[in-house]
Design a protein around this ligand. Structure first.
Ligand SMILES: NC(=O)c1ccc[n+]([C@@H]2O[C@H](COP(=O)([O-])OP(=O)(O)OC[C@H]3O[C@@H](n4cnc5c(N)ncnc54)[C@H](O)[C@@H]3O)[C@@H](O)[C@H]2O)c1
Length: 351
């Protein structure tokens, strides 16, 4: 097992290892305390792992209440958020009790935002069950739900007390959902770490603890330096402005990881067209995306993508801050004037 400590506005540990779920109770009691635990999970994950989490929490003195919502990004919305708040109140979860997110990024973002808001903040714990949640969404304290006007528009920076990542839980992921997480792993390689990127030539399934630890360590360093995304943390949004637009345009039927993969490919081709990187960078990225069965194109017209991008949070007045690779392992931030955005996306989408 590896332990990585995040030093942000709150200091907390991320435990990464095989078989941690059945001993989650003592670790959660030690890190978060409380008398009652509200578990938030989706129906798929709860059916697989809910009972085991209930048992270890009950054995460690928690009164446990379960909130189970239908899986899918479509349910990461304000209605589910309000329903979780009412559930916590109905179950008499108090200010000193805890919320536990058991699931992928959707459960984590929903539970984290509910924990941030319920009674002005109760402690919470993340148990990520997808590769994407393990390497990215469970770490760093971003929580949010989608609104009709756009993705993640209501949210908070709210750090957990503990992240417990049991790598054995990832064995039940479908190949497609596993690949969504690979998109975020590839993202870390392109932004910060050429060596990590090159290592992805070899399949990662049998070295998950190592790969997850590498990604989490990168994110820990970024969060310690820029918790509230005023500068360097923005680099982690590589592929996300276009990616969020694709998710939103598809009515959230394109999964986050695949949307980010398309977004990274579009932005990298645009970077080559603008002379920020060379075409070799495009070739390397698209080859890697294909190796993991991920898309490298965007299924919408550049004009539609640009309009959807403009509801993204990264817009600042008449500019949109976007992340472009200068090389594999090095990305830069660039302010794109809003009226040039469509042309930039067109140059990257090969329209
Ligand atoms: N907060 C952040 O910093 C951050 C970062 C990146 C992404 N996100 C968010 O994360 C979300 C995407 O996360 P995701 O890809 O994990 O989606 P998800 O939570 O919807 O999980 C994907 C699917 O996998 C199923 N599943 C989860 N764990 C499983 C397991 N162990 N075995 C079998 N099935 C399992 C789920 O039921 C779901 O159907 C998006 O909403 C995105 O915006 C947040």
């Amino acid at each position: 097992m590896k332990t990585i400590t995040v030093s942000a506005s709150k200091k907390y540990d991320i435990l990464i290892g095989d078989g941690l779920l059945d001993d989650a109770g003592p670790a959660i009691r030690c890190a978060a305390g409380g008398n009652a635990a509200g578990i938030v999970s989706d129906d798929n994950v709860y059916a697989l792992y809910g009972e085991r989490l209930n048992i270890t929490l009950a054995e460690n003195g928690y009164r446990v209440a379960d909130y189970v919502f239908p899986h899918g990004e479509q349910n990461k919305n304000t209605e589910t958020f309000v329903s979780i708040i009412n559930f916590l109140a109905d179950e008499r979860i108090g200010r000193s009790d805890i919320v536990v997110a058991l699931g992928g990024g959707v459960a984590g973002d929903l539970a984290g935002f509910a924990a941030a808001c319920y009674m002005r903040g109760v402690r919470f714990v993340q148990i990520p069950t997808t590769l994407l949640a393990a390497v990215d969404s469970s770490v760093g304290g971003k929580t949010a739900v989608n609104a009709a006007a756009g993705k993640n528009l209501a949210g908070a920076f709210y750090q957990p007390e503990l992240v417990l990542c049991d790598t054995s839980l990832l064995s039940t992921l479908t190949a497609e959902i596993f690949a969504d997480g690979c998109a975020e792993v590839i993202k870390y390689g392109v932004i910060f770490d050429r060596e990590l990127f090159d290592s992805l030539e070899t399949p990662i399934n049998d070295r998950l603890e190592d790969i997850i630890s590498k990604c989490v360590a990168i994110k820990r360093d970024i969060v310690a330096e820029d918790e509230f995304e005023n500068g360097r943390r923005k680099l982690l949004n590589f592929g996300h402005t276009v990616g969020h637009a694709l998710e939103s345009l598809s009515g959230y039927t394109i999964p986050h990881g695949r949307a980010v993969a398309s977004g990274m490919a579009v932005v990298t081709r645009a970077a080559a067209a603008m002379g920020i990187c060379d075409t070799g960078c495009v070739t390397e990225l698209t080859r890697m995306l294909r190796l993991y069965g991920l898309p490298d194109d965007a299924p919408y017209a550049a004009g539609n993508i640009a309009r959807a991008c403009l509801s993204d949070k990264k817009r600042d007045g008449s500019f949109l801050t976007m992340v472009f690779p200068a090389a594999i392992g090095e990305c830069v931030l660039k302010d794109i004037p809003v009226d040039e955005l469509e042309a930039v996306i067109r140059s990257g989408s090969g329209e």
